[in-house]
Design a protein around this ligand. Structure first.
Ligand code: 3HC
Length: 688
């Protein structure tokens, strides 16, 4: 059956797109639409045309999987140009999300009816692109350049209500979208309303808007090409004719679609979705019903985790060691909500309904009805085992027991559980109510249904899940430890703290390693390493950290760490002294270090460990590692994650540099992963 069909009701042609799952504008859809539109515009029995979609959503945009392949006519711009020539009223009936090319399709219609729950948006910047089917030219003509820039550079969809307020939607349907759109169209015909072609309008743009907008997004969009290209395209809309503007947009789109940035961001789009596909899990896998959640531990992490569930309508019981501690944890959650309200991201009513779902307790018996219990207590094996022991007495055989440990062996934690098959890791990232990643750690005994339930649950609280096997630090923290090790060694070798940080920031990380440690608290890592033998980590690399903590300089919370915080942030002179002392102690030669070496040592350590994690089967696929490091630690999305970046840079080059590092650093940490060696061999064979 064709993906585009039409029927005539009275004198209105209803063109329906049916291309599951998201009605992407694939070649078949474009061809079908073009054919149908040509047919009905010539048909004298048709006075107006409605475009509507079947399934869960209006068109979610161009078919991203077609990018990079030879273009097939009609392309979207061709189709849109054909639509611009149609003399009969064209009405889009939007449900779900009209995104990218899907939204642009509605902008070629003369009127837009939206279901009240529908959204429209131009998320192309998230794929390293700009709208490429006239969106940068038509939208500013409809709503003005300022609002258009907000939508195009921000990439976030807007609600039907907002779309109506700013003039995108002409009518909001409350119950039956098709019925109401037909009625709306009949009225248009009766009233003889004209076709409203956006290409015929002028663009309203304030003086200096574009210059100011570049400044406005400079920090947030640092390193990304697409948002700035989008500004250029909207500026072109205000300065050139419509056709010239469309040609300008097309050129920019073509440049971007073949850029490494867009390839990287498209890689992440598909990788984030692939991460939930787990061998052995399909639609028949039994999912457990999770209605009530309990969190043990009301620290910052426990409270952040609780907020995720509260915000999504789950009743949460928060357990602390005493009634006072339970009350304090409840207050902590309320304070987080209050600061969210202050930032305008939540209303008082929303806070009240979330808080109404929260119960604070100091009695394990109150957890007996919980379907999922997440422990977020102090990172200590004995304490975690005690928690499991307590839970054995109150939970039933279906309750899922999750640990939020960052490093500990979950197989060992699970051993003490009455039902080890119900135990998993749910590793949230701090701040847990904001960070989008959730590492789901499966033990040797975790039931597949428990993993499937956790995957579903992650989606229902707005997280992107990645499944990891058990190892020290799982995927995220194991990689981060290697990255931190190199930063620490570089310090001893003579690179100043702010230079290391600036190099990593310039590479695209949200902040340098030492700024991050200062923010999180240096003592956390120091305490964790105290339990390790010297075989398990590089004592030299973390010796300055330990010395700082010993002297009470634990990071921002104590006013000093790698930096000093006296109103402003300046490098702590003590760090330079300690680095020299430790270099002396461990016999590390001090020297001038290039920026290139700083970057490569840190990033290649990350890459090598990432490949080891895949080859050991801890991560299911290389793309999972990319998802973890971009969502968990802010690795620049325009580089696609460490392993995608490795491919872009060239495996052979990385291996060559790693061999050079091994010559000066020894091969304790620079033994290459087998997978990296193999990929470099394949790369060389391909290039012969
Ligand atoms: N092209 C190809 N495949 C797409 C797609 C698209 N535009 N959008 C979604 N898909 C696929 C996903 O890869 C996934 O495939 P899978 O089941 O094999 O993993 C499937 O559709 C379902 O997607 P989700 O799992 O994301 O489903 P959700 O219901 O959670 O979300 C959505 C639906 C909000 C539409 C989300 O998929 C989305 O945001 N899609 C991308 C939208 C987008 O970026 N559009 C712009 C495209 S670029 C463009 O239009 C250029 C133009 O200006 C020329």
């Amino acid at each position: 059956m064709s993906v585009v069909t039409s029927r005539i009701e009275n004198n209105i042609s209803i063109i329906t797109i049916d291309n599951p799952p998201v009605n992407a504008l694939s070649h078949a859809v474009r061809q079908g639409l073009s054919d149908e539109l040509k047919g009905v515009s010539k048909n004298d029995d048709v006075a107006a045309i409605i475009i509507i979609c079947n399934g869960r959503t209006f068109c979610a945009g161009a078919d991203i999987s077609e990018f990079g392949k030879p273009p097939k006519s009609p392309g979207l711009p061709e189709l849109m140009a054909e639509m611009d020539m149609i003399e009969k009223p064209l009405v889009a009936a939007v449900h779900g999300t009209a995104l990218g090319g899907g939204f642009e399709l509605t902008l070629c219609c003369h009127y837009r009816v939206m279901e009240s729950a529908a959204k429209v948006g131009l998320p192309e910047v998230n794929l390293g692109l700009i709208p490429g089917a006239g969106g940068t030219q038509r939208l500013p003509r409809l709503i003005g350049a300022q609002e258009a820039l907000d939508m195009i550079c921000g990439g976030k969809p807007i609600s039907a209500k907002k779309a109506y307020e700013i003039g995108i939607a002409d009518h909001i349907s409350k119950e039956n979208l098709l019925k109401e759109t037909i009625k709306y169209t009949e009225d248009l015909i009766k009233e003889g309303k004209p076709t409203k072609r956006l290409r015929d309008l002028d663009v309203v743009a304030a003086n200096d808007l574009f210059k100011e907008y570049r400044k406005k997004i400079a920090h947030k969009s640092r390193g990304f090409l697409a948002p700035f290209a989008a500004i250029e395209a909207v500026q072109a809309a205000s300065e050139l004719s419509f056709d010239q503007g469309v040609a300008f947009e097309r050129e920019k789109f073509k440049e971007l679609v073949s850029s490494p940035q867009s390839k990287a961001q498209r890689h992440l789009f598909f990788s984030e979705r692939a991460a939930s596909k787990i061998p052995g899990i399909d639609k028949t896998t039994p999912i457990r019903d999770v209605k009530k959640v309990a969190i043990i531990g009301g620290g910052l992490m426990g409270c952040g985790i609780a907020i995720n569930f509260l915000n999504n309508g789950f009743p949460v019981t928060l357990l602390e060691v005493s009634a006072d501690a339970a009350t304090a944890a409840k207050e902590k959650i309320e304070n987080i909500y209050r600061s969210t309200i202050k930032k305008g991201r939540m209303s008082e009513d929303q806070m009240n309904s979330s808080m109404a779902l929260l119960t604070a307790s100091d009695d394990y018996n109150d957890l007996s009805a919980s379907d999922l219990i997440i422990e977020a207590v102090f990172e200590d094996m004995a304490i975690k085992k005690q928690v499991i022991n307590n839970l054995n007495k109150v939970t039933d055989e279906n309750a899922i027991i999750a640990t939020n440990t960052s490093f500990l062996d979950i197989n060992e934690i699970a051993e003490g559980a009455a039902h080890p098959e119900n135990v998993i890791g749910l590793h949230f990232f701090s701040p847990a109510h904001i960070m989008p990643l959730l590492e789901i750690v499966k033990t040797d005994k975790s039931d597949i249904g428990v993993i499937a339930t956790a995957l579903k649950l992650a989606k229902s609280i707005g997280k992107t899940p990645v499944v990891s096997g058990v190892c020290y630090g799982f995927i995220a923290n194991r990689m981060s430890s290697c990255y931190g090790r190199e930063a620490g060694l570089l310090l001893l070798e003579g690179a100043p703290v702010d230079r290391i940080d600036k190099t990593l920031y310039d590479f695209g990380m949200p902040m340098g390693m030492f700024s991050m440690l200062d923010m999180a608290g240096i003592d956390i890592g120091v305490m964790a390493r105290e339990k390790l033998s010297s075989e398990e980590y590089d004592e030299r690399a973390f010796s300055v950290h330990a010395a700082l903590v010993k002297s009470g300089q634990k990071g921002k919370k104590t006013g000093a760490g790698f930096y000093k915080y006296n109103g402003d942030k300046t490098p702590n002179q003590r760090v330079a002294e300690l680095s020299a002392e430790m270099a002396d102690k461990y016999g590390v030669k001090r020297r001038d270090i290039t920026t290139k070496e700083i970057e490569e040592r840190c990033i290649f350590a990350l890459i090598n460990e990432g490949f080891k994690i895949v080859e050991e089967g801890i991560a299911l696929r290389a793309s999972d590692v990319d998802v973890v490091y971009t969502l968990g630690f802010g690795f620049p999305r325009y580089r696609g994650g460490p392993l995608h970046y490795a491919q872009q840079l060239g495996f052979t080059y990385i291996l060559k540099r790693m061999k050079e590092f091994a010559k000066t650093q020894g091969d304790r940490w620079w033994a290459p992963s087998k997978m990296l060696v193999k990929l470099a061999e394949e790369e060389r064979e391909e290039n012969v």
